[in-house]
Design a binder for this molecule. Structure first.
Ligand code: ZN
Length: 133
């Protein structure tokens, strides 16, 4: 695993949270993207090398909507960059981590992603991601 690639934050509404984060970070959102398969609209911010991803549900039964229902808005996941997602998934599986998908899937911002179940990582949802080259 390399560095933290981004931090994912679950929000009820991008319309109200984007201006808030633009004000907080003094930086404009550089990209918005809908990921149909995950039922989310995303908005990305960069502050120096730190990337923040805001996630809004597009569906009342989507994972982000259910997360907010249970735990409220807030940090949803921490994403680590990896060079080879397939190798990293094998390593994690062999080390006893529970992966939420068996194959890497297409995420936002030109990435292949895989999530690790929070019950195997002290309650924190971890994403690993690899840039699609
Ligand atoms: Zn993410």
């Amino acid at each position: 695993m390399q560095k933290v690639e981004h931090i994912g934050i679950a929000v009820k509404s991008l319309t109200s949270s984007m201006p808030l984060f633009e004000k907080l970070l003094k930086n404009k959102c550089y990209k918005t993207e809908t990921v149909e398969s995950e039922q989310v609209n995303t908005a990305f911010f960069l502050k120096d090398k730190t990337k923040i991803e805001l996630l809004e549900s597009t569906d009342p039964d989507g994972v982000i909507a259910r997360f907010i229902e249970k735990r409220g808005e807030g940090i949803h996941h921490i994403a680590f960059e990896v060079n080879n997602i397939a190798e990293e998934m094998t390593r994690l599986r062999n080390d006893g981590f529970i992966l939420l998908n068996n194959e890497p899937k297409r995420g936002a911002d030109n990435k292949l992603v895989c999530f690790i179940h929070p019950k195997s990582t002290n309650g924190i949802l971890i994403e690993i991601c690899q840039e699609i080259r």
